[in-house]
Design a protein around this ligand. Sequence first.
Ligand code: UDP
Ligand code: MG
Length: 316
Amino acid sequence: MQPTYSIIAPIYNELQNLPVLYDRICEVMEKTGEPWELVLVDDGSRDGSTGVIHQLAERDPRVRPVIFARNFGHQIAVTAGLDFSRGQAVAIIDADLQDPPEVILEMIARWKEGNQVVYGVRVEREGETWFKKTTAALFYRLIYRITEVNIPLDSGDFRLLDRKVVDVMKKMRERHRFLRGMSSWVGFSQVGVPYRRAARFAGETHYPFRKMLRLALNAVTSFSYFPLQVATYMGFISAGIAIVAIPIVVVLRLAVGYSIFGGQATTLIAVLFLGGVQLISLGILGEYIGRVYDEVKGRPLYITSEEPQPDQDLNP
Ligand code: UDP
Ligand code: MG
């Protein structure tokens, strides 16, 4: 029997959260009265989470483990979950219980009303640093402004997708992934469900500033050429200033004998400024070219050391 619902949880060193996650998901999903499966994607955990996933899968055939050969990152882990999910509606949830599983029921209700993408909107975030909240809020607003896809504000990867959307997303094999952008990009009927993001149940975040910056860069480069255009604007602005300034300086010097820009300091500043602008533009170009190079190599998105059986039955 094929499940109606799939729940995907990416797992990276979530030893203490796993049993609680499993219990809470069971409790919530029992209420639907329909068959469901839990796809646990182990993203190269090193704290023994893999063993717990195996135990859960042995006890409960509804748990389907996908085990990665190494750590590939959160977005790739969720992608693998989508690849192996079989449900008619697929929910993505963090393993640390920051996204309350109970909200899935609300999402299912909105899905049954005919919405194909039901995304969670964080109206409140508990237990997160002031820094994370501010940078996240700024980031969502920046992305909203510079991309053509209208990625909803303050929505993370906690969402429920219809099978149609999942099938489209499975065909999008880009390497540098920003899933919430991709699931907005596909279109269909989308709706938000507000929820309060709780604090982590146990453990520490696996998204340090470095990884957040990576994700932000992926989001910008995957959905916008804006940074490339900035270089063009800067070029026009400095060329414009030069065109206006050159005749003024020459005329003043010849007619009045007055020199506005005297000394080496001005020359030095101008050279440093333009050098800086040029290097930044090169760096931006480099970011895009590096991404093109990664895509061209065409390597698999992830490598699994263990995959679930395609015909695994929910009721043996
Ligand atoms: N995660 C993952 N691979 C990673 C980092 C994180 O699969 O390389 C998982 C992690 O186990 C959790 C989810 O992604 O289920 C969200 O991570 P985390 O809670 O650390 O991020 P935050 O909520 O702090 O943004
Ligand atoms: Mg978290």
